[in-house]
Design a protein around this ligand. Structure first.
Ligand code: MG
Ligand code: MG
Ligand code: MG
Length: 303
């Protein structure tokens, strides 16, 4: 049995890719099961509820288990205590930061979502995409590309999304995308810690340990009013987990910018973005993507 898992603090792409890819493996005669390694966010809950699909169960690691990693490849972001020999396959759209002693099946493509790659694999294997899977794939593409506005979006993602939309007789993609993002953006019931860690990725470069969280919002007024509280929680988390830098991308998906809030070694942020720091924050116009626009300049600053 293969356990198909997305990353920690999973997003819709991670969970949808796990469900869709395990379905494809089953169709190809491989015993596989989609699982999650962490709780899902409200956006994913919204998507799965909308089509009445069950959210995958949580899986815990044990040495005999074998895994397929989707939507991630860094061990830091994966199930705890993962060993090289437990990884059977990787399907991802992030930069590779892993190397193995043995050959593995690894498929990465620079597309806007892992679900776009999974869709291509359905086609390549002549497996029909059932409606509920089509809906999950489409939602994940809309989510990861921030409704086709993120610079990670490719023509291929758009083509795949319109093919899926057609299969589903789907109406207004943009309206659905915004509705989906709003489900995730309801901060009123969330603690500062929830907000920081809802979509949170950890990295290490040249001995520096850093993390980048992201909140995608349609209106920043509520989060801005809680900035002090959130920054002080970021400081606590930094001490607890011994990070050198914690960033939170506060992204306005309507006006297409990110305010990058941070605590820790500010020289890294200055070097990475060359911007004036104001109140532990830099303003980054047209920045929406952690993987393409925030992590690479930080990695460059640290190298
Ligand atoms: Mg992801
Ligand atoms: Mg993704
Ligand atoms: Mg994402």
């Amino acid at each position: 049995m293969l356990y198909v898992i997305g990353h920690k603090k999973p997003d819709t792409d991670s969970i949808a890719a796990a469900v869709a890819y395990s379905y494809l493996l089953n169709k190809l005669g491989v015993e596989a099961k989609a699982c999650r390694i962490d709780d899902v966010n409200p956006e994913t809950e919204f998507v799965f509820n909308k089509f009445g699909v069950g959210i995958p169960e949580k899986v815990f690691n044990s040495p005999e288990k074998r895994f397929v990693l989707v939507d991630h490849n860094e061990f830091y972001q994966s199930i705890d205590d993962l060993k090289e020999e437990q990884v059977v396959q990787i399907i991802d759209h992030h930069k590779l930061n892993v190397s193995f002693l043995e050959p593995k099946f690894v498929r990465t493509e620079p597309l806007g979502s892992t679900c776009s790659i999974v869709f291509k694999m359905f086609k390549e294997n002549n497996v029909e995409v059932p409606k509920e899977i089509a809906f999950l794939l489409l939602s994940a593409i809309l989510s990861d590309t921030v409704i086709f506005t993120s610079p990670t979006t490719t023509e291929e993602d758009k083509r795949i999304a319109s093919e899926l939309a057609e299969m589903l007789d789907f109406g207004d993609l943009k309206a659905f995308g915004i509705e989906m993002k709003k489900a995730k953006a309801d901060l009123s019931s969330k603690t500062a810690r929830d907000i920081i860690t809802m979509d949170f990725k950890e990295y290490e470069k040249n001995g520096k340990k850093y993390a980048v969280g992201q909140v995608e919002l349609v209106d920043l007024s509520e989060i801005n009013s809680r900035k002090e509280e959130i920054l002080s929680e970021m400081r606590k988390l930094k001490e607890e987990k011994d990070f050198d830098l914690i960033c939170l991308m506060v992204t306005d998906i309507i006006n297409q910018f990110t305010d990058l809030w941070f605590v820790g070694e500010d020289w890294i942020v200055v070097k990475a973005f060359g911007k004036e720091i104001k109140d532990n924050s830099v303003h980054l116009p047209n920045v929406l993507s952690r993987k393409k626009q925030v992590v690479p300049p930080i990695e460059k600053a640290l190298s």
